[in-house]
Design a protein around this ligand. Sequence first.
Ligand SMILES: [Zn+2]
Length: 137
Amino acid sequence: MADNDTEQSTAWQQDPFAAAYPETGEFWAAAAQGRFLLRTCTDCGKAHWHPRVVCPLCGSQRLEWKQASGRGTLYAFSPARRADPPYLLAYVTLEEGPTLMTNIVDARYEDLRIGQAVGVQFRPAAEGRMMPFFALA
Ligand SMILES: [Zn+2]
């Protein structure tokens, strides 16, 4: 159990995506512990997605990591029926403002409605990092 926890908490360091974008490292480290961080600008006060070194909203480089609520609403969704296995692709608008592309898990396409409340659930990507997916709240 403890070995699995340790493995999960450091697996992101071997992930090629995380390695290619070192500015996202703190995000993946927190995600491995089930915490959802958002890059937030201390000049304009807004959070953005995905994590960057410069605020895409005002150009400032004064950014900090903030713990996000993990809550959001379903903005749009589509079933990827021909994928193996099939999955539900979605855009979720976070309580803090940003909209991110993600997957909806533990739900059927027929049960989804625009505007539904969703909550983050981290699931492992094949490469090792924990990805923020969402489930109906
Ligand atoms: Zn800004």
